[in-house]
Structure formats: structure tokens, C-alpha cells
Ligand binder design. Sequence first.
Ligand code: 3PG
Ligand code: MG
Length: 395
Amino acid sequence: MRTLDDLDVKGRRVLVRADLNVPLDGETITDDGRIRASVPTIRTLVDRGAKVIVCAHLGRPKGQVKPEFSLRPVARRLGELLGQDVVFATDVVGPSAQGVAEELQEGQVALLENLRYEPGEESKDDATRQAFAERLAGLAELYVGDGFGAVHRKHASVYDVPRLLPHAAGGLVVAEVEVLRKLTEATERPYVVVLGGAKVSDKLGVIANLLTKVDRLLVGGGMAYTFLKAQGHEVGGSLLQQDQLDQVRGFLNEAAKQGVDLVLPVDVLAATHFAEDAPYDVVEATAIPADRQGLDIGPKTRELFAGKLADARTVFWNGPMGVFEFDEFADGTRAVAEALIGSEAFTVVGGGDSAAAVRKLGLPEDGFSHISTGGGASLEYLEGKTLPGLAALED
Ligand code: 3PG
Ligand code: MG
């Protein structure tokens, strides 16, 4: 991949695809990690005298202009972090964006409105995407792909625009790919992967692939209940993906065959309902009462998982162990994070949610070897898939 050093950007309009998809509470950004991670590339371009036009998505407005998905609050925060004004275009490729692009001076930065307000961005129809990509590319002379968290999406701004403009990978994409390549190529053992989060279905591909590579696979979070059910246990009202049970049974068999230590929770915090202040009991994972739902792994599981991580040399962690947004159900996630922080291993945290959890729990980010800005993207990379946004930058 070409990098920033291969582009002569002075005085030229550079379109930067960033991942600024941050969690919002109204207009308040609750975790600005992805914005901070995008700053170095933008600053480098500013310092080199480029006219920087940043584009990004927020949430999933599905081709419609929905004010609650506006990037305006992100423009403000980006400006604070850069220490300079960020001009905000109130549309993506319309008159506002065109005017802003035309008037931009060397060293200035603009942010376009949410790419996903435009149906062309995510369209499955190549011609529709292409038509939008041409308008987007028309705003600039060069393209920098730096939105690592979105490189697994075959979207116009990720996949089609770099084929229309001279392009390079930004520093964030280069750094992320370097770490993930290390995970797939030079893995020191024991190699332990910890998976959590709500849905097994998001992780099917990566689990299938990892079962041939890892020494241990620890499963927590909402997806663990589908594993417990597949083993024949009652999971009460816990999250369950009934349609994935066969697939998960297959994983359990495959793990046994491959000699992979697949570790499931042995106890859970079983709550009466889904709420911050819901009463709960610690119960055996094999005996969750029918009227309860597991919202976090229990104390014995915290210890079990920490033990399985203690001698690891390489760890990849994606997905929280429980509903960490609720203080009462954050201890499982905290325990995994702390085990990684205390470890000598090469530790990689993948994903928007796990990364946000680390910061929300007030844990030191430098306690990990790398915190990825990409959840789906890092999983698909580990799955061995070709990522459209990387393929486009390599061409
Ligand atoms: C993410 O949040 O994982 C990335 O920003 C990609 O967003 P998406 O999953 O909505 O495509
Ligand atoms: Mg996501």
C-alpha cells in the first residue's frame, strides 16, 4: 500500500475517509476514541499544506437525512482535538460540500455531513454506488483511506472512490494492518482469543477460522448463552440465537477435534430483568432459572478466564463479557481487561465496544499492546477475508 509519504499533497484537495462513528447521547459524544485515532493523519496532511476534506459515517441512517445522525457534534470535537476550526458542510456532495471544497485554503480542514445520508454510499448496485462515488471524488484531487473501522464495507467512500483518485493509506490503517498481520503470521503461543458481545451470528466466520489457529477460545457475553443452550442447558430469558444452535454445536465438536480449549462461563449474574438496578443472583451457568436472564459472567468465571489468560503470549479480545454499560454488570468485562493489562502477552483489543468499555471503566489504554478502532473490520481480517477498503488501497 502507498502511504502518505508517497503523495504530494501541498496545495491539493485531499479527501480523507475516516471512521468517526462514535457513540452519542443526544449531541454528547460519550467516547471520542475514534476521533482521536483519526487526528494524526489529518494533522500530517494539514502540516504538509493540504486542503483536507474529511468524510465519514455515523450510525445507520440508511440513505435518509435524519438529524440525530448528523456529524456536526463530531466536527466540533475534531476541531477541539486539532486545535483549529473544522468547517462543516451540511450536505455530502451537494452545494454546501462543493462550496466548502472550493473555498478551502491550504492547511484548512472540512468535514462533510454523514455519508450514509446518501443512498449511493451503501448501495449494492455497482452503478448507483459508482455514480455517487464520482460526485464524491469530484470534490478532491487525492484520496487517503484512513477509516479502518469501515474497511470491511464495500461502500462508495471506502471501495469505489480510491479507484477514481490517486490514493494512499493513512497512518491509522497502516498501523492497524501491521498489528493484525502480526496476529495472523507470527503468533507466539499460547494464543488465546476472548469473544463476547451480543450476537454469535456476527462471529461465525471468525470462530470457524480461529478454531484452527488458537490454543484457547474463551466465550462470554450474550453469545455465551447460545453455547450453553447448545450444550443442553436452560438459559432462561438470556439472549439466545435459536437459529445458530446447530452451527454452535458444530463449533463445540470442532474444538474438541482440534484440541482447542473452548471455555464457557461456569456461573453468571442472573437478573430479574434488563435494567441497571435489576436484582440478581449468582447462579451456576448450567442452572439459570427460567425467569432470569444472565447479564454478566459470575465471579468463578472471572477467575477461570483470568487463569486461562495468565500464561498467554498472544491475546485477541473482542466483545464485552456482560452489559458493561450498567455498573452492576461490568465486572466480567473489567476482569478480562485487567487480566490483559497485567499480562506480558501481545494483547490486542478489537472493536468499538470493547475499546469503549476499556475507556468507560477508566482503565489505562496503554495497558494493552494495541486497541483497534475496528470491530467488524478486525474480525473479518482475522477471518481471512479480503477487505474491500484494503483491496482498493492496494491496487
Ligand atoms: C463500526 O462501528 O464498526 C464501523 O464504524 C462500521 O460501522 P457499521 O458496522 O455500521 O458499518
Ligand atoms: Mg460496529
